[in-house]
Structure formats: structure tokens, C-alpha cells
Design a binder for this molecule. Structure first.
Ligand code: DC
Length: 229
């Protein structure tokens, strides 16, 4: 019996993390939110006024960044800690979202994050979501999903999340941010967002979280993957 690696890539606010968490729960795997790592690095850069246009400044700053996922038993999920501080909530703010794609496109940032992500997958038994997980981080993963959904649906979902925290956020702000991130994420030089050739597409515009979970579990079964479950 062996564990496998499940990767979920796709555009912003497609419901990747909802599916990833549900799959991890179902298979008793560890869920890793790779976007949280890029967000935490961006938060560090913003707070410390790092000029990320120079390689030296980026490398020097990364030497002072320590990222760790810690399990919160109350929420029954892992939370991102940056240099010992729980930043799980603050990294979701629009201020971070506005800069994260720019920071995530940097060579040294990607090397730093990808190395950490690969080491988390050594024991397998993980579900990791992001943009380049099936293409770059774990090209050998046993099950790869690529998620999409209509832009209007994605904007609506993200708006609901953000406005609950900050009532001044507008639908236009959210749409502009989503479109900008999707563009940068899929056009950058290093590991741009794209579907891995062997990934299975899941469009969840019109399906419920329960249906998408069923689809993913069914896919794992069809592929006769041994999920150690
Ligand atoms: O999944 P998310 O929206 O929290 O990700 C935030 C940003 O991080 C996203 O706009 C692009 C970047 N990212 C990336 O470049 N590669 C990943 N594997 C995950 C996220």
C-alpha cells in the first residue's frame, strides 16, 4: 500500500482549496496551500519595504523568511506562519493579493518555494494546490486536476469572502485583481500557469462542492490509484 500525490492547479478563485481540503479529509492526507507561501513571502516583502527589482535584495530577504504550516485543531486545518507569526488571515487581504503575482514571478522566490514544496511531498500522502504543482513541483504526481470556472462566478465567490472582512471592497476591485493575477500567473517566464498534459479538467461553474469531490474521488478510482484509503 502506498500514498500518492494529488495536485490541483487552476486560475484564481476556482475553488481549488475547497476541493483540496475535502480530498485531503477524505483520504486522510495533508493539504498544502502553495499560494499561502507566495502570499506570506509577499507580505514579508511589503512589510520590510524590499525592493524586489534586484536579485540581491530578493535573495537577502529570502534568507530571513521562515515559512511553516501549523495545524490549528480548532479550525481543523493548517495555517501559514511567517517567522513564527500566524499570518493566515492577513495574507488574504487585497493589499497582498495586489502584489503577490509580481512577487511569485521572481526566479529566486520560485526556487525558494518550490524547494520547500518538494520537501513537503517526500512522504507523499498530500494534496497540494497552486498554479504549477502538476507541471513543475510534482510532474510525476499520480493524480492531477486542473480547475476552471466562469470569471463571473469566480469573481462572485472571491468578493463574498473579501467583503465579509472589509465592507469597502467593491466587485470592480475584485474583478480587476483576479484578471490581473490570472494574466501575470499565466504569462510569466518561469512555471506559468498551464494545464499539465496529463491533468484532468474540472470545470466547477455549475457544480456543487459535493459534486466536485465526488468527481475527484471517482477519477482517482477510475485511474485505479491506490490512495491508501
Ligand atoms: O492560490 P492563491 O490565489 O492563494 O495564490 C496567490 C498567488 O500566488 C497567485 O496569484 C499566483 C501565486 N502562486 C503561484 O505562482 N504558484 C503557485 N503554485 C501558487 C500560487
Amino acid at each position: 500500500m502506498r500514498n500518492i500525490i494529488i495536485t490541483i492547479d487552476g486560475y484564481s478563485s476556482c475553488g481549488k482549496s475547497t476541493l483540496a481540503k475535502a480530498l485531503a479529509r477524505h483520504f486522510n492526507y495533508v493539504y498544502i496551500d502553495s499560494g499561502a507561501m507566495y502570499r506570506a513571502i509577499t507580505l514579508y516583502f511589503l512589510r520590510n519595504h524590499i525592493d524586489w527589482s534586484t536579485d540581491e535584495a530578493v535573495q537577502e530577504a529570502l534568507a530571513n523568511v521562515q515559512l511553516e504550516f501549523k495545524f490549528n485543531p480548532e479550525r481543523q486545518q493548517s495555517e501559514m506562519h511567517l517567522n513564527g507569526e500566524n499570518v493566515e488571515y492577513v495574507i488574504r487581504d487585497l493589499v497582498v493579493a495586489e502584489k503577490v503575482s509580481e512577487v511569485a514571478a521572481l526566479k529566486w522566490v520560485r526556487e525558494f518555494a518550490v524547494a520547500a514544496q518538494r520537501s513537503m511531498g517526500q512522504q507523499k500522502g498530500i494534496v497540494m494546490d497552486g498554479r504549477d504543482i502538476g507541471t513543475t513541483v510534482f510532474p510525476e504526481a499520480e493524480l492531477k486536476l486542473f480547475m476552471t470556472a466562469d470569471t463571473a462566478v469566480r469573481v462572485g465567490r472571491r468578493f463574498k469572502e473579501l467583503v465579509a472582512k472589509d465592507p469597502s471592497v467593491t466587485l470592480e476591485d475584485v474583478m480587476a485583481n483576479l484578471e490581473m493575477r490570472d494574466y501575470i500567473d499565466s504569462h510569466r517566464d518561469i512555471s506559468p500557469l498551464r494545464k499539465a498534459d496529463d491533468a484532468i479538467v474540472l470545470d466547477n461553474t455549475n457544480i456543487s462542492p459535493e459534486e466536485q469531490l465526488e468527481f475527484a474521488i471517482g477519477t482517482a478510482q477510475q485511474l485505479k490509484l491506490n490512495t491508501n484509503c
